[in-house]
Write a protein that binds this ligand. Structure first.
Ligand SMILES: Cc1cc2nc3c(=O)[nH]c(=O)nc-3n(C[C@H](O)[C@H](O)[C@H](O)COP(=O)(O)OP(=O)(O)OC[C@H]3O[C@@H](n4cnc5c(N)ncnc54)[C@H](O)[C@@H]3O)c2cc1C
Length: 192
């Protein structure tokens, strides 16, 4: 994924530097733990993730507000409480695509607790994003390698742009609903 994206970014003047840890930020640069320094007019740093205070106060979560769960999205401390989305302790990176998958699992788990004969889907997280890149270009990435899988796809061009536009438009006009399963299946076939 990095190998496919880096040249696209370089072509529009964006230098990509991976595996860098910031040790210090000055008024005009960022200094890294490997001793290198990068000049910077504006340094944007994403702070470490935290969950909401309400979760910390409830003592359901850990010290930063994320709730530890098993692979069926069931909390360890309260087996009748299920969690999905960013607030779960083990989804990294935090993604809407993963939140939706976790929600399907959590609902199945809840049904089981309520006595239904429900099969709980296996937890198979993956990163899925489509990024607009200006003009007629977008890049789609689908990868599960950080979760031990072997899928690592990056596709750029008008098809990715059309998919992004379709997804956004559908969400806008349906007030946030996901596209129908048929679209998801077509997407799976396209990416396979
Ligand atoms: C700029 C940006 C781009 C992103 N791009 C992508 C992408 O391309 N693909 C992707 O998969 N993911 C993407 N994400 C991540 C995605 O948006 C999140 O992972 C997803 O929204 C998580 O859903 P969630 O329901 O767990 O949490 P949220 O969507 O954060 O929902 C939590 C809700 O709980 C509410 N809440 C909080 N505290 C309380 C309280 N005390 N009482 C009542 N309600 C409360 C909040 O107001 C919020 O509405 C992006 C995120 C950002 C910020």
């Amino acid at each position: 994924m990095h190998a496919r994206l880096a040249p696209l970014l370089t072509a529009v003047g964006v230098e990509v530097a991976t595996s860098k840890n910031i040790s210090r930020v000055t008024a005009h640069s960022a200094i890294f733990t490997d001793g290198t320094e990068l000049e910077s007019a504006l340094t944007i740093v994403i702070p470490p993730y935290r969950g909401p205070q309400v979760i910390i106060d409830s003592e359901l979560g850990d010290e930063v507000g994320f709730v530890p769960v098993n692979q069926e999205m069931q909390t360890f401390s309260h087996p009748n409480i299920f969690v999905a989305g960013d607030v779960s302790a083990f989804s990294m990176p935090k993604l809407g695509h993963i939140a939706v998958h976790q929600a399907d699992i959590a609902v199945a788990g809840l049904e089981k607790v309520l006595g239904e004969k429900t099969e709980i889907p296996p937890y198979r997280p993956e990163v899925f994003c489509i990024m607009n890149r200006g003009g007629r270009d977008a890049t789609l990435i689908l990868s599960d390698t950080i979760y031990g899988g072997e899928r690592d796809v990056a596709k750029s061009g008008p098809i990715a742009l059309f998919m992004k536009w379709s997804f956004d438009s559908w969400g806008y006009h349906t007030h946030g609903h996901l596209p129908p399963d048929l679209f998801q299946e077509a997407l799976e076939k396209f990416l396979a």
